[in-house]
Design a binder for this molecule. Sequence first.
Ligand code: ADP
Ligand code: ZN
Length: 744
Amino acid sequence: MPSPVEPTSTQTPVAEAVHRVWGFSTLRPLQSEAIAAAVEGRDALVVLPTGGGKSLCYQAPPLVDGDLTVVVSPLISLMKDQTDGLALNDYPAVALHSACTDAELATAREMLSEGRARLMLVSPERLLGAGFMDWLGRIAQPSGRVGVRRFAIDEAHCISHWGHDFRPEYRRLATLRERFPEASIQAFTATATERVRADIVAQLGLRDAEVLVGTFDRPNLVYRVVPRVDRDAQVAEIVARRAGEATIVYCISRADTEALAEDLRDRGVNARAYHAGLSPDQRRQTQEEFTRERLDVVVATVAFGMGIDRSNVRCVVHAALPKSIEAYQQETGRAGRDGLEAECVLLYSGADAERWRRLFERSAEEAGVPPDANAAQFALLDEMQRFAAGMVCRHKALSEHFGQAYPFPNCNACDVCLDEMDVVEGSTVLAQKLLSCVARLHQHSGCGFGAAHVIGVVRGSRAERVISRGHDQVSTFGLLRDVPQATLTSYVHQLLDAGVLERDGEYRTLALNAASYEVMRGEREVSLKRARAPVAESGEREEIVLSAEEHRVFEALRSLRREIADERGVPPYVVFSDATLRELAAIRPSTPEAMSGVRGVGAAKLASFGERFLACIAASCEELGLESDANVVAPARAPKRAKMTPGKRKTFERFRRGDRIVEVVRETGLALSTVSGHLADWIEAESPDDVSAWVDGATYERVASAAREVGMEFLRPIRDRLGDETPYEEIRVVVAHLRSKGEG
Ligand code: ADP
Ligand code: ZN
């Protein structure tokens, strides 16, 4: 849907090709720069987060200049999905790797020898194999040139030791530069660290590389860090909240994944465990069922993800702390790749950090390396723990971790900004009781004890280990009898995170420090936190929110998509993304022309299955009594059919006070376009007499008369009519006001 702020442009050959083939009317940030570099034969390093749209950067250039691009990718399992998806767009692409069938190889060779293929995906092994490069040097291209002139290296961080996925065969890609000195090389990665970037440029021998680094923030992800109290129950609750949608749950160990998946199955959820200990067949089957939308919940170790491309993963749960912020970003990055809202929940317990430390130590020991080899891992883990225990906006903390400033005071999309944490009443007194118990036990027995033991004592446990030591005689015995064990465990870890309690000695027993005594003397306050159930409608995205009926249309479209995907043996998301289906459900086009206006509907897909989707939409409209071609008259308003959200309620209050747009942007941290949309909504809803706080009288009159001349369905013609730079925000205000008075 054309957005009023970024007018549709189909003038340039790139924009034209992207619109025709993919049905996208705008390019994402840095895509046009990356495409331009490729078309002009310049080297580039493109760093965009997962879901940022890297593939288009190497898929579009061959359509513009007819030169074949050779894409090196380590992810064989994704190559087939990619070529299948491209085929649906009538885009000739081939893949060459070890998992190809003979028939596939034959077709690929034929397309290449006839100079038809625009894109060749190849694994590094194949590329570096005997004779392959010689053959590439002689290949005839669609443009008529001979030999390859352009390489794209996907997942380029695999070339670096400092990346999280080093692959030795990637090192040998350095020979590309020597073998094809004429060719340009564009490298792509989602890994942002400075060191990895420098390594990629050096290893590949990039020349004057244009380095394009995108914004690392993923505004469509809602991040939550919740104290872990009861893992299985908490995960089950989240999965239930997301029923019918894809969720990935990450655990530290294989055993954890098995146990948690089983617990979920006991609760009636179709969940499957996934880890490196399963047979390749089992893993392939799970991956496949997940991608084909026959399985929605996978409980996995980090082994799951690299080969997974389900763009509509709506939720990623970390049942335990990830070992670094990089890993966290990578794993949460698998949510919401279609750009729609998705949720990432981290169930945090400080105990996990201890567990990782022991795992690091053990693996160092087994590998026979000195203990200080773990220093880097420990440092990364500390950062992760600080992130989880901290109370800084998660979007801000992540952006800053990746070296980017986050400009908004409130993201409206994390537990901190949505204010979802309750401070437990009487926190300081609770802390004093726990700390006193640590003190008393130490006085009584002359040594420290672990968290489990201390908690047993304050809860008045009659366990043998408590009684035999006489710990039922200390004054703090049974002092917190009514507090559940898991809650106390969470409190102890929060006290450790807050630095008012420590671990000590070989057995990492609990120990007091100066800060502990300050708390016990009442000189220092402590805030213990407890998660409140998240508000269902959190986050504030410019996203189409469907009504209940529209959601049924969406579901009907989804099953049609699955049917078509099955017929063609491709994953559903390559037919159409969820974003496209949602827009179809909201607009409900009745003609091919109307359908082609929907984002993600390119010419080839419209021709292949437009009719079936249109029939499905017509049938659903009939059945549900919905009008078709809805919301197309005013695309400027369509994305804001969002229901009343907490964020919106707040902006409405501000507008009632007469706050200006910039002030609201500054105070709420919402995007300018969001706030200006809210303002228009508010004006239409409440029809204020006076809108002079947002647009001066003279401008109002000019815009109003232009609007009356050219109509009010679209903002762009009004602006063109005005023939100047009147901001869209102001035009929007006037149009909303005229509408609220019954015009338009
Ligand atoms: P990455 O490889 O960077 O993780 P992808 O290339 O898989 O990201 O793109 C993520 C999603 O964004 C895909 O569903 C893709 O179709 C979509 N996309 C890419 N570019 C655009 C665009 N210009 N407009 C709309 N959607 C886009
Ligand atoms: Zn935030």
